[in-house]
Design a protein around this ligand. Structure first.
Ligand code: BG6
Length: 696
């Protein structure tokens, strides 16, 4: 716990050091006693920490506020943070979109997005009142001007209120405000939107300054006039304004404030389709905004267990010592969904799962698993180490990737191209060419319409080298980090079954979050990431360099797959995916992608009682004869050579060709997951015989 606490405090300090927003001398706890009485909190929320000071002046602008992302994710997330007092208390939420709505109408939309019967009505109302709206097309400069003007009016009002508020009387007046622009729009619009915002903001500021200067001159003239006798027929102020078209125009201008504005742009993927399109996007954007102002969201970086990877790895000497090619046989990063495109076929069909999930979410997780210890947990140092891993990754070869498409994908009404070759499943093996990881396959596997929904990292270790014969057939250790659902970390370790007989069985040593941290709700990835944008912390956002390096890994294979017109292998909805994935696994001496490299195999027939002095290890070595199966995928995979390494030597073991696989009763018992939610796919995809590498 101590190291975690230190880590949190180090992060907090680095965030504070990196941020120019210093409205309060210390980061306010959210358990502070607000006198606004605006939102009720639970005891769990009182314990919560937000990296954002409550008195920060923040405006959150959602571009594309009427769309899916905004309605389903951003608005509900903002509301959830708001009601738990994790957002700044005076936050403003401003929507901009094509819909011809007023702010009043937008608030009705917000209501629908955040409605939950269990939430008190008063809280919702408070939040809705903080919401404003400006309609416009994304290519209409005057609409951006109207948006900026609306924001500036509200911000000026907020600033004045802040100065008047008794809570702040004793404090230093704020000098800075933050504007966060959330781009919930397609990426080709990013650069244009940023340009309009910048150009129109500069114009508006110039107009405000000019109006302020004119007002100062006018005030001076008025004072002079007041001293002199009034000419006949002179009118009041209103008449004077009427007479001056310039003043009439400036009457709509927001009043100036002394605040400096910091801008942050939050961008959602996809960041291009390949290296070139990504580079083009980056260079267009760089003309408008700086890298420092950009926050590229990869929401997997905001997931609790993904964030924990750095603590797990670098705060535990037991992991540090075995985190290398000498001990690790394979690393798998797995993403499964038990549903299809779920109405998102229009977007998905353009991209496919390699671009949608492997190139970003899974590769980012891989980088965290494989990187060296950073100099600190600052964004700069974390990103630098991730980048080194990405640069050390060899570009994916088409021989190392299997693609599949679930049966029924083409029937999805949102998939327009009924001949689409878009992959909904991909298993890819990457190689990191550095001294720590050379020779270790890093498997990235993702699929829709599979047996169940799960995301996890599996660090699979070598079989025990030089074990006494009684232990020679033990299953290899495995460390599993379950990102979702049911956050969990477990070790699969070999253990003697208690009793008079000698039996070794693999068991799980569990750290199940819901049983250890039951008093607190795990933050949603988006909740955390939005707060981190406000806190100016880039640690969990993807840098431009990382992005380019990620595309460089996948682009050659994506282009080759496209050029060769490779047809993804069809797999049944709710299955393990295409059988070829198993063949790819065999190439690397792995039975199948997923859990258990050398699982404990239960004999179907109970063994005869052992002779008194023999070693009755109950690990089965004999398998039923393989039966030919017409449903099998590709022909018998080629002979593979696996390498098992010991701390002192590496021995090449020739793995015999795998026979036609038979369905084996694999005892996964205590060490593995409960049965899948979907019907067992074993009829289509037989389990394969585990490779016995223990003879090394
Ligand atoms: C998104 C992908 O980035 O991540 C989706 O575009 C995918 O296709 C989703 O379903 C998965 O996110 P999560 O958090 O539900 O695992």
């Amino acid at each position: 716990m101590t190291s975690v606490a230190n880590w949190a405090s180090q992060r907090r300090n680095s965030v504070r050091a990196g941020s120019s927003q210093r409205l309060t001398p210390t980061v306010e706890k959210n358990s502070d006693s607000d006198d606004d009485g605006s939102a009720s909190t639970t005891s769990e929320d009182h314990a919560a920490f937000s990296p954002v000071p409550r008195d920060m002046l923040a405006t959150i602008v959602i571009l594309g506020a009427d769309g899916n992302l905004s309605s389903k994710k951003i608005l509900p997330t903002l509301y959830s943070l708001w009601r738990r007092r994790l957002l700044p208390r005076d936050v403003l939420v401003v929507g901009f979109a094509r819909q011809d709505w007023t702010s009043e109408r937008f608030r009705k939309h917000v209501f629908k997005c955040i409605y939950h019967p269990s939430m008190p009505q008063a809280e919702r109302k408070e939040f809705q009142e903080r919401c404003h709206y400006q309609s416009g097309q994304f290519n209409e400069p005057d609409k951006f001007r109207a948006l900026l003007s609306l924001m500036a009016h509200e911000e000026a009002r907020r600033y004045q209120e802040r100065l008047r508020a008794p809570l702040f009387a004793a404090r230093v007046a704020p000098t800075t405000q933050v504007r966060m622009y959330y781009m919930a729009v397609p990426p080709f619009l990013y650069a244009d939107i940023a340009r309009h915002l910048r150009v129109e903001a500069a114009r508006l500021t110039a107009d405000i300054d000019a109006a302020a200067a004119a007002a100062a001159v006018g005030a001076g003239a008025e004072q002079t006039a007041a001293a002199a006798p009034a000419p006949a027929g002179a009118t009041t102020n209103g008449a004077t304004a009427e007479a001056s078209p310039t003043l009439a125009a400036t009457a709509a201008l927001p009043p100036p404030t002394p605040l400096r504005t910091e801008e942050r742009f939050v961008l959602e993927k996809p960041f291009g389709r390949d290296t070139d399109s990504c580079a083009a996007l980056l260079s267009q954007l760089q003309k408008q905004i700086t890298e420092e102002e950009i926050y590229r969201i990869d929401h997997y970086l905001g997931k609790e267990l993904v964030m924990n990877l750095l603590v797990l790895r670098f705060a535990n000497v037991c992991f540090q010592g075995v985190w290398d090619r000498q001990h690790v046989k394979a690393v798998q990063v797995i993403f499964k969904e038990d549903f299809g495109t779920a109405g998102r076929g229009g977007y998905f069909d353009e991209y496919g799962i390699i671009r949608d999930v492997l190139q970003n979410h899974l590769l980012q997780v891989l980088a965290l698993v494989a990187m060296e210890q950073p100099l600190s947990f600052s964004a700069e140092h974390i990103r630098a180490e991730k980048l080194k891993v990405l640069h050390a990754c060899r570009p994916l070869s088409t021989d190392d990737v299997v693609t599949g498409q679930y049966a029924g994908y083409l029937d999805d009404p949102s998939v327009e191209n009924k001949q689409s070759r878009t992959e909904t499943f991909a298993a890819a093996v990457l190689h990191i060419n550095n001294p720590r990881w050379a020779g270790v396959p890093f498997v990235l596997k993702a699929g829709k319409a599979l047996t169940d929904s799960k995301a996890e990292v599996r660090v699979q270790f070598h079989a025990v080298p030089g074990a006494v014969s009684a232990l020679a057939s033990c299953a290899a250790n495995e460390l599993v980090i379950r990102v979702q659902p049911e956050e969990l970390i477990y070790w699969k370790v070999n253990n003697k079954v208690p009793g008079l007989h000698f039996e070794v069985q693999q068991q799980r040593m569990d750290l199940l979050y819901s049983s250890k941290f039951f008093e607190r709700k795990l933050p949603e990835a988006y909740e955390r990431l939005l707060l981190e944008v406000l806190a100016a912390d880039h640690s969990h956002f993807v840098s431009g360099e990382e992005l380019v390096a990620s595309w460089q890994i996948f682009t050659p294979a994506l282009q080759a797959l496209h050029a060769s017109r490779r047809v993804p292998e069809v797999y049944p909805f709710g299955s393990r995916g295409p059988p070829s994935a198993d063949a790819l696994a065999h190439k690397y001496g792995i039975t199948k992608f997923g859990g258990g490299l050398t699982p404990y195999v239960k004999k179907e027939v109970p063994p005869a009682p052992p002779a008194a002095h023999s070693s009755p290890m109950s690990v089965a070595k004999k398998r039923p004869s393989p039966k030919p199966s017409p449903k099998l995928g590709p022909a018998t995979p080629p002979r593979a050579t696996a390498t098992t390494s010991t701390p002192t030597s590496a021995t090449a073991v020739t793995v015999p060709p795998l026979p036609e696989p038979a369905i084996l009763p694999v005892h996964v018992g205590a060490a593995d997951a409960p049965p899948p939610l979907m019907p067992k796919p074993s009829e289509e995809l037989p389990s394969l015989r585990p490779l016995d590498l223990s003879g090394a």
